[in-house]
Design a protein around this ligand. Structure first.
Ligand code: NAI
Length: 212
């Protein structure tokens, strides 16, 4: 088992990508891989890979490379995805519904238990088997169903107040799609997903003559 110590957020941000690549290698029956081969596949320098992976115990062996399955399982434990998580979606509109319709979350152990909305036309509907419930019932549901994470897909104006309520009701993490910065109490983690930011970065690259 890897010793417990603080891993920098830059490394943590790269771990899901390592995990994904290692999962693909496992599926293709690859037992071990050198940092050089992994580097070519992932387009990260071999020294960066060695540095990242040494961070939590150094699983590589000179002349042998990394044991793919071992590394995959260790990263899984480090990320904490070696157990399932109960999730709710708050805001059952376009984005909320699209996320519930995405089947791969379950394969990773992210279980969407319910969607909450205020719109009476949506309440009672099911999206891929997941019921849309009245937001008035959200506190009770969170407390009775061991919900860890809330996906926030609300209009901007409703997001801040709802996030504060979610924190108070015991939610540990908010995956925030609403275009607003949340200021939640310590102990609650927020990860923002802003697709337009990513698109703007792409547009910058298109226009950046220094890369041409
Ligand atoms: P939408 O209008 O289709 O869905 C919002 C849903 O929230 C509606 O069903 C509405 O009834 C519900 N709602 C409103 N107030 C509520 C409350 N207090 N409690 C529970 N439900 C409530 O909007 P859409 O397109 O799904 O976008 C949702 C949010 O995501 C918006 O803030 C939008 O700006 C943002 N967004 C973010 C993106 C990203 O990359 N992060 C991309 C696209 C949209």
């Amino acid at each position: 088992m890897v010793e417990e110590r603080k891993i920098s957020s830059a490394v943590v941000n790269r771990l899901p990508r390592y995990y994904r690549y290692l999962g693909e290698l496992l599926e293709s029956g690859t037992d071990r891989i050198s940092s050089k081969e992994l580097s070519e596949k992932m387009n990260i320098t071999a020294s960066q890979i060695r540095q990242d992976l040494n961070n939590f115990g150094g699983f590589g062996q000179q002349g042998y490379g990394y044991n793919v399955e071992y590394l995959y399982n260790e990263i899984k434990k480090i990320l904490g995805i070696d157990k399932p998580y109960n999730i709710i979606v708050v805001g059952g509109g376009n984005i909320g519904q699209a996320l519930v319709n995405y089947t791969n979350f379950e394969k990773r152990g992210f279980i969407i238990k319910a969607v909450f909305d205020i719109n009476p036309r949506l309440i009672g509907m099911t999206i891929r088997g997941v019921e849309v419930r009245d937001v008035d019932k959200m506190e009770e549901f969170i407390k009775n169903n061991n919900i860890d994470v809330a996906i926030l897909t609300l209009p901007k104006a409703q997001a801040v107040e709802t996030a504060n309520n979610l924190a108070e009701w015991g939610i540990k993490g908010i995956w925030n799609f609403s275009p607003v910065d949340l200021d939640v109490p310590k102990g609650v983690s927020v990860e923002n997903v802003h697709l337009t930011d990513s698109l703007m970065t792409l547009i910058y690259k298109i226009n950046d003559i220094s890369t041409k």
